[in-house]
Ligand binder design. Structure first.
Ligand code: NA7
Length: 541
């Protein structure tokens, strides 16, 4: 039988990133026949595609890994505080080899559609090679940020130079040496790539729409003694990953920014700035719910920008004015300093928007910039984007996109499942804590909940599971209410969908805390899946 002719599987899993790999491992261990489909020609998910210069994780490496296997944790040695993309990819390849995962993964294959057949209680999954497979369960490990956003600029096809998107970077090295390079976008990807490209390019022009707050990462190599110590403390690392709200080792100090004097606050901010990393974000507990508290930290970062950037006009353009933390915070390695280089120019495209890409470069309202290479660091259609890229259809042939009205009416139960789409699960789906928790932590919690659920259904002879409309209405309402009480919703960001032209605004990340969320998921499981309808074939017919 060819690899493409697989039928009547128990489970089809989409994607071989952190989610898909662990899901496959657990499903196989539990005896479910499973096949994973992955568009890339290797494992890694976002870490497979994001090969742009400077790509690095901004969660400390000792937490940015799986915790399900102590043996794995003991075997793997991270080399630095913040792992770069090649190292993370090596880690995920190591995981795939250790657990012999590749034999159930079909690479270079994209799932283009998944339709639920009510009569057969099966998911028919169509692949881009023209074949299809069927399975009882369909599980998406598509992730939250895998649908690259390439803005619809007029004239891109006429551009005579090379262009790349950070989220779909080629495997070969891109040669910037002596070239005139333009980078569009200053989110995490742009902020990481810009200092590295600047060192190589002849001239770099950065096209910035919104200035960002970024904090020095102060990455460094790990001392082997430190790694040894973390391995000895595996139980504690695992606890921090699974039983705290950040999941990344950071403990948010339970004190308001306004309860300290300005001098004491400044002293703390200076200290955590020097240490680097997200210590600044966790220095007080009310940055995201209190405007005044937020001003204390945003004023501090603005003062740092003015200190670092020599040219006052450039510094002024780099000053952000949104609430710190309401766009994804960023760690950098020499980002603001890069603007002191003679070969770097900053262009404000909010003031003078990009009109078109021309054969020789790019034109804004103010004029044309000649470029040899354009780098689109323009981010992703987040949260719903990866799901809407496929034609997922549930009962009555209704598509997920229709049900969720293009993103304006997302309704899920716990961000794990949605009504009328039986036996369909989303790992870190919309309305789960997802990107606001350390991703491996959020992923392990979801995978383990799903596997427990499937084992329960098998044991009880249940054929189909889906949330009730009431349960998902209540969960979605709760999600919206929690988000509305924060400053997040006051900022245009990819969290709210505002980065994509025409995308409906909604806040699809659960902000009630990972600890509380995990507890809620556990309670649902312990109750025999309250809020879900469990049916047998007899009832389905
Ligand atoms: P982000 O954070 O969404 O950043 C994308 C950047 O591209 C951001 O500065 C955008 O400006 C800019 N952008 C997007 N569209 C345009 C157009 N049409 N014109 C000009 N500029 C544009 O994506 P990243 O890849 O950097 O990071 C994604 C996540 O990956 C990150 O948050 C981490 O969680 C890891 P805007 O701010 O929207 O005005």
């Amino acid at each position: 039988m060819s690899a493409n002719q697989v039928n009547n599987l128990d489970v089809v899993v989409l994607g071989a990133g952190f989610s898909g790999l662990y899901m496959l491992h657990r499903l196989r261990e539990a005896g479910f026949s499973t096949r994973v489909y992955e568009a890339g020609d290797g494992v890694g998910g976002v870490w497979y595609w994001n090969r742009y210069p400077g790509a690095r994780c901004d969660i400390e490496s000792i937490y940015y890994n799986y915790s399900f296997s102590e043996e794995l944790y003991q075997e793997w040695n991270w080399t630095s505080r913040y792992p770069d993309q090649p190292e993370i990819l090596r880690y995920l390849n190591y995981v795939a080899d250790k657990f012999d995962l590749r034999r159930d993964i079909q690479f270079k294959t994209r799932i283009i559609a998944a339709h639920y057949d009510e009569k057969m209680n099966l998911w028919n999954v169509k692949l881009n090679d023209g074949t299809s497979v069927s399975a009882k369960y369909f599980i998406s490990g598509a992730g939250c940020l895998s649908s690259a956003n390439l803005p619809n600029f007029k004239g891109l096809e006429s551009f005579k130079g090379e262009w790349y998107h950070t989220g779909k970077w080629p495997q070969e090295k891109v040669d910037f040496k002596g070239k005139r390079v333009g980078v569009i976008g200053t989110g995490s990807s742009g902020v990481q790539a810009i200092p590295v490209i600047a060192k190589e390019a002849g001239h770099l022009t950065v096209f910035q729409r919104t200035p960002q707050y970024t904090i020095p990462a102060r990455n460094h190599l790990y001392d082997p003694a430190f790694i040894k110590q973390t391995k000895e403390n595996f139980a504690e690392i695992k606890r921090l990953m699974r039983e705290t709200d950040t999941g990344n080792g950071l403990q948010i100090r339970n004190i308001s920014a306004l309860s300290d004097s300005p001098a004491k606050r400044r002293e703390l901010f200076e200290k955590v700035w020097e240490e680097g990393g997200f210590g600044l974000t966790s220095s007080y507990n009310d940055f995201l719910i209190n405007e005044e508290a937020n001003h204390t930290v945003s004023d501090f970062i603005r003062s740092k920008i003015k200190e670092i950037v020599h040219n006052p006009e450039t510094a002024a353009k780099l000053l952000p004015d949104y609430y710190f933390g309401t766009k994804r915070p960023i760690l950098d390695s020499g980002y603001y300093e890069t603007y002191n280089r003679e070969n770097v120019t900053l262009v404000d495209v909010k003031e003078a928007p990009i009109i078109e890409i021309t054969p020789n470069g790019l034109r804004t309202i103010d004029g044309e910039y000649e470029l040899d290479i354009i780098v689109f660091a323009t981010g992703y259609d987040g949260m719903t984007g990866p799901l809407f890229k496929m034609d997922i259809r549930g009962k009555g042939g209704m598509s997920l996109k229709e049900k969720w009205e293009g993103g304006s009416m997302v309704r899920s139960y716990l961000g794990l499942a949605t009504s009328d789409f039986p036996n369909f699960f989303m790992i870190t789906g919309p309305e789960s804590p997802s990107v606001l928790v350390n991703m491996p932590s959020a992923i392990e919690q979801h995978v383990e909940w799903i596997i427990d659920c499937l084992e329960y259904l098998r044991e009880k002879g249940v054929d189909a599971i889906e949330p009730t409309v009431e349960a998902e209405e209540a969960w979605s309402k709760h999600c919206r209410e929690v988000a509305e009480a924060t400053l997040y919703v006051k900022t245009e960001s990819w969290y709210t969908g505002a980065n994509i032209a025409g995308k409906p605004r909604s806040f699809l990340i659960y902000l009630g805390g990972f600890v509380h969320y995990t507890q809620k998921c556990n309670e649902v499981a312990a109750s025999g899946y309250n809020g879900f309808t469990l049916s047998t074939i007899k009832a389905l017919r």
